[in-house]
Ligand binder design. Structure first.
Ligand SMILES: Cc1ncc(COP(=O)(O)O)c(C=O)c1O
Length: 379
């Protein structure tokens, strides 16, 4: 199979990730629950994973790295736990439902007033327009770093300069950028960075989390066993325990730890450069084909390794099915959980076929995908 659905999840993982999970499943106890060797191994492995995440994202404090089962959970905790009722919040048309739905819920249930920075027909944001939406009662900006549909990268550092002196919380969804685009929380002025472990970070599914800047208060969404301060009625107030009730996915985090070693050794820039080269190569091939419409802006080379397109007026699901059944190429059709972006691009009815590239893809695979699109378009 030629796997080009890496924006959904990366299928090919470094062998060290698989080995680390297998090792953890035969040796790991429960972190923070006991002092036998198995429990200590779990605690150490998980702490090491926090340390590597903090290093990768420029988070000053490893103990402010909180693990969740994916970025959806992290975003729910951040949005519901850090945004006050009745406040004003700005977000964008580029967002995934894991940002939109928790925000719509706050709007309905907590009287939060929501404004959207609009995407243009090419899926680009106007950050001047976004700045114009800021009001005296604006408490948070929740924004993706990279669109999962067009690969558009948002200039988070510029938004960070808008929020810093105004006391506005900046919460960033790095689900698509983590692992392929440099992120430095401090330099970019990010207060909460949410990530998922199974996409560009090349870790197992069921891993993810958030990095929290020192001083940012997040109310826990869940309470329960923590292994410490067991006689307190409420969840401990210290991070990361404050937001981590219940047993963590230690086996998955051991795999994520190995994946982070791989990424830190290889280098985010190196990985991103190769993935972008493949996406660019694919774009150049398919954009020449009659009947193919590619979405997004390709003038800017600083974009994610994602290309979304449609072939003639064919439904995107039909095209994706033909790619899978006739050519053994995995892509993702439909709405990609990004409803407002499809509205902006004018693709609500047709959806789009998304091709997304990983470190393990090759130029040969990319050429075969271009040829498959050509044949479908000419059929
Ligand atoms: C931009 C963006 N945000 C959030 C998510 C949610 O990720 P997860 O399903 O790992 O929680 C995705 C996944 O597709 C995404 O692309």
């Amino acid at each position: 199979m030629i796997y080009l659905d890496n924006a959904a999840t990366t299928m090919h993982k470094p062998q060290t990730v698989i080995d680390a999970v297998v090792h953890a499943m035969t040796s790991m106890g429960n972190a923070s629950r006991g002092a036998h060797t198995g429990a200590l191994e779990a605690s150490r492995t998980i702490y090491e994973t926090r340390r590597k995440i903090a290093k990768l994202f420029g988070c000053k404090r490893p103990d402010h790295v909180v693990f969740t089962c994916n970025s959806t959970e992290a975003l729910n905790i951040a949005i519901q736990g850090a945004i006050p009722a009745k406040s004003h919040v700005i977000t964008t048309d580029l967002e995934h439902n894991s940002v939109l739905r928790p925000l719509y819920r706050l709007k309905e249930e907590s009287g939060v007033c929501l404004d959207f920075a609009r995407a243009d027909r090419q899926g680009r944001l106007d950050l001047q327009e976004l700045e114009g939406l800021i009001r005296p009662d604006t408490k948070a900006i929740v924004c993706t770093h990279m669109s999962n549909l067009t690969g558009e990268i948002v200039d988070i550092a510029r938004i960070g300069r808008m929020t810093k002196d105004r006391g506005i919380l900046l919460c960033v969804d790095a689900s698509q950028s983590a692992g392929n685009t440099p992120i430095d929380m401090e330099q970019m002025g990010i207060d909460i960075l949410c990530f998922t472990g199974h996409k560009g970070l090349m870790g197992p599914q069921g891993t993810g989390g958030m990095c929290i800047r020192e001083g940012v208060e997040i109310h826990p969404l869940k309470e329960g066993g923590s292994g410490v301060q067991s006689y307190r009625h409420r969840q401990p107030v210290e991070y990361p325990t404050r937001l981590e009730a219940g047993t963590l996915n230690g086996h998955g985090l051991a795999g994520l730890s190995a994946a982070l070693d791989y990424i830190l050794e290889t280098g985010v820039e190196t990985i991103g450069r190769k993935e972008r080269m493949l996406a660019e190569h694919f774009y150049e091939g398919v954009s020449q084909i009659e009947g193919v419409k590619v979405y997004g802006c390709f003038e800017d080379k600083n974009r994610g390794p994602v290309v979304a397109l449609n072939v003639r007026e064919y439904d995107s699901s039909e095209v994706s099915d033909v790619l899978s059944v006739d050519y053994d190429i995995a892509t993702r059709p439909g709405a990609h959980c990004a409803p407002r972006m499809h509205e902006a691009l004018g693709t609500v009815d047709q959806g789009a076929v998304r091709f997304s590239f990983s470190w393990f893809n090759t130029v040969e695979e990319t050429d075969q995908a271009i040829e498959a699109v050509r044949k479908i378009a000419l059929a």
